[in-house]
Design a protein around this ligand. Structure first.
Ligand SMILES: Cc1cc2nc3c(=O)[nH]c(=O)nc-3n(C[C@H](O)[C@H](O)[C@H](O)COP(=O)(O)OP(=O)(O)OC[C@H]3O[C@@H](n4cnc5c(N)ncnc54)[C@H](O)[C@@H]3O)c2cc1C
Length: 426
């Protein structure tokens, strides 16, 4: 393994990086915790299920896979295998199908993005899920849940998901969008043409299916009533649905990721900077080529200009979708759950006193201590705690602090891991 570059994540960034590394002559091991390649956007249907991906998406993914195939045996793929962490000696723990401790030549982390969902009263009720989880169901099973589906929150993913539901013949009841993305058409004209084309496809499909898109509308609370879910929104709106999918943007999936002084470690794609699929592809290619050059002592290639273009486009999108939803956190009722893993509420947070430190939040409050390690609650806990503690010691539970392992792992996995680092030193 000492000659092998380990790439974690078999999405756009990971596989395009693996291709560049292999093209430079380096052996590459790609691991992914999922049972199939594709990552978030190119998640593949289960065997025997038809794909709901668009023609453009299929062509892009076919291009990525052709690049991998062209490298033949230089790229090894291990699915169902999770990256657990890297220690100070450069030993990497993998769990799952390939359960072992290895010492690769370099590590490329392409772990994608995590979905952000703002806590609201009732957001943990049965029937409420994240838009990403609903999209996974559509992509893998080509099947929409029975009954009325309401999409709410903010961001372009809601339009994409709504259009996918229409494609499956199950238009959503409505889309509640907190921002007002269509309010500044002149500013929106500065978006790249590919963004327009994608948005036009979604909007046409949604309009033809007469799906109401209510912009400037916040979903403030969800209640279970008579076997259904009642969504309360700003403007006095009440909608009754059977399923609600929430989404408030995406962030880099970089919580707890370590650096290592004895091993070159790079982050790629959404894991480095959440800029979307086009940037992930460009970043994977450029990052893979740069890492290969560094390892082989060759001059590093110039940065890819596509990344700067995508960064500007995403910044403009963020402006178009801007809204004041986060300010509503301060008004949450005390019994609102913030940490889903450990069912910790706003009141539990307040009970820690006016200026809780990160250690207090974690050890006394149990925030960011569950299986997600703060991937869901960390940002919101930090914001709420920061309102009382706006100094440099603003607590950011679960965020920023590298740790080993990067997420909870079973002791059995640790014991069963084959140690391939024995006798190897760096
Ligand atoms: C829920 C969700 C839905 C999205 N839907 C869309 C969409 O419809 N349209 C769109 O344009 N963009 C969408 N995006 C954004 C888009 O997914 C990304 O821009 C793009 O897929 C990023 O590619 P990537 O290779 O960086 O990451 P990804 O494609 O996310 O790939 C990351 C891979 O890393 C793996 N991984 C993560 N942690 C570990 C670990 N510890 N060990 C092993 N493997 C691990 C994951 O299983 C995944 O396969 C979505 C993002 C999210 C979070």
């Amino acid at each position: 393994m000492r000659d092998t570059v380990l790439v974690v994540g078999a999405g756009l960034a990971g596989l395009s990086a693996a291709t560049e590394l292999a093209r430079a002559g380096l052996p590459v091991l790609v691991v992914d915790q999922a049972q199939a390649v594709g990552g978030a956007i190119h998640r593949q249907p289960l065997p025997g299920v038809r794909s709901i991906a668009s023609g453009a998406q299929k062509r892009r993914w076919a291009g990525v896979m052709a690049g991998v195939a062209a490298q033949g045996g230089r790229i090894t793929l291990a699915l169902g295998t999770r990256f657990g962490g890297v220690d100070h000696t450069g030993a990497v723990l993998l769990t799952g199908a390939m359960n072992r401790l290895i010492r690769p030549r370099a590590l490329a982390l392409a772990l994608g993005a995590r979905e952000s969902v703002q806590p609201r009263p009732g957001w943990t009720l049965p029937g409420v899920e994240t838009a990403g989880s609903l999209q996974t169901r559509l992509k893998t099973l080509a099947e929409a849940p029975a009954g009325r589906v309401l999409l709410a929150g903010s961001g372009p993913l809601l339009l994409a998901l709504g259009a996918e539901l229409v494609k499956l013949g199950r238009p959503p009841l409505a889309i509640l969008e907190a921002g007002r993305p269509f309010a500044r058409p002149l500013a929106a004209l500065r978006l790249p043409r590919s963004y327009w084309a994608e948005a036009a496809t979604y909007l046409t499909r949604l309009r033809l299916a007469r799906v109401p898109i209510l912009t400037g509308t916040h979903l403030t609370a969800i209640r279970a009533e008579g076997g259904a879910l009642v969504a309360e929104a700003t403007g006095g709106r009440r909608l009754t649905a059977d399923h609600i999918a929430l989404h408030d943007g995406i962030r880099s999936n970089d919580i707890g990721l370590p650096d290592c002084a004895t091993l070159p470690v790079v982050r790629l794609g959404d894991c480095r900077e959440a800029l979307g699929a086009r940037a992930a592809l460009a970043d994977g290619r450029a990052g893979g080529a740069a890492l290969a050059a560094r390892l082989l002592g060759r001059p590093e290639p110039a940065p890819d200009a596509e990344l700067a273009r995508q960064r500007a486009a995403q910044a403009l999108l963020a402006q178009l979708y801007a809204h004041d939803g986060a300010a509503r956190l301060a008004d949450l009722p005390g019994d609102t759950v913030i940490c889903r893993c450990e069912a910790r509420t706003v009141n539990d947070l307040r009970a820690l006193g006016p200026s809780p430190r990160a250690r207090q939040l974690r050890l006394d409050g149990r925030f960011a201590m569950g299986p997600c390690q703060g991937r869901f609650c960390g940002d919101w806990v930090a914001r709420l705690a920061a309102a009382d503690n706006p100094g440099p010691d603003t607590p950011t539970p679960g965020i920023g602090a590298p740790r080993w392992p990067a997420r909870p792992i079973a002791v059995a996995d640790l014991l069963a891991a084959t140690d391939e680092t024995e006798g190897e030193t760096r």
